[in-house]
Design a protein around this ligand. Structure first.
Ligand code: HEM
Length: 210
């Protein structure tokens, strides 16, 4: 089993994980500048929207996977990567939102407010982003101390936020829902893995037959 000590975690594991989380953004910049890949295609605004959105969702799910993975493998140090991963999810979600705000809507506030109120998938996305911002702001040690026991309760909101994110993805798909369905399944597995053992037994199929 891989078990880096504190120094190795700080000097090797964390910088490597930081680079891994940033890699999709660097790849995006290289494509946008036409240094690598084939540019952003015929509709760069939509391509940016989709790319940033999907990476926000992926990293949010990776954040949720860290605790079950840690339990499953006994690699306790994995928990030290959780905050960074969550903040990267927020980073991609913010880029996704800024792309919507500026190139897409041209900062036209009346159109934005109308969109948020009248297109339910945008409302759901906005709620998800607001939740992610609240968790990002309060993710520091200072806030953890200040909020005490309430901190953990607040940070459990990450589960409803992930549901909102998958819902937002599902809702904006026009025809084939295979991709959001895969993300929904991954999220469902992660949610079940976080149920207390007693409840999990109750939800198990063979328990239902007894
Ligand atoms: C105010 C907040 C948000 C706004 C205004 C917004 C807006 C949008 C828009 C306009 C699209 C593209 C729809 C299309 O292509 O027709 C989209 C897609 C998407 N958004 Fe958001 N979004 C928000 C928050 C979020 C958050 C918080 C997440 C995830 C954590 C997210 C994940 C996604 C995903 C995965 C897609 C689909 C990408 C694809 O088709 O590959 N969005 N969003």
């Amino acid at each position: 089993m891989i078990r880096p000590d504190i120094r190795q975690q700080r000097l090797i594991v964390k910088p490597l994980w930081f680079a891994a989380c940033l890699a999709p953004f660097i790849w995006f910049c290289l494509r946008a500048l036409e240094i690598a890949g084939e540019g952003l295609g015929a509709d760069p605004i939509e391509a940016t929207q989709d790319y940033m959105g999907i990476w926000a969702l992926r990293l949010l799910l990776v954040t949720l996977a860290i605790t079950p993975l840690r339990r499953l493998t006994g690699m306790l140090w994995l928990i030290r990567l959780r905050r960074m991963t969550g903040l990267f999810a927020l980073f991609y979600a913010s880029a996704h939102f800024l792309n919507y705000l500026l190139p897409d809507q041209g900062l036209l506030w009346s159109a934005i407010v109308e969109d948020v109120l009248e297109r339910p998938f945008i409302t759901v996305g906005a709620l998800g982003l607001a939740g992610l911002i609240a968790l990002g702001v309060t993710s520091t040690r200072g806030w953890q101390i200040r909020l005490g026991k309430r901190w953990q309760k607040l940070h459990r909101l990450v589960y409803p936020i992930a549901i909102l994110a998958v819902w937002h993805f599902w809702w904006q798909v026009k025809a084939v829902v295979t991709e959001p369905a895969i993300y929904a399944l991954i999220l469902a597995i992660l949610l079940v893995s976080r149920l207390p053992k007693k409840n999990r037994a109750r939800h198990a199929p063979d328990a239902e037959q007894q």
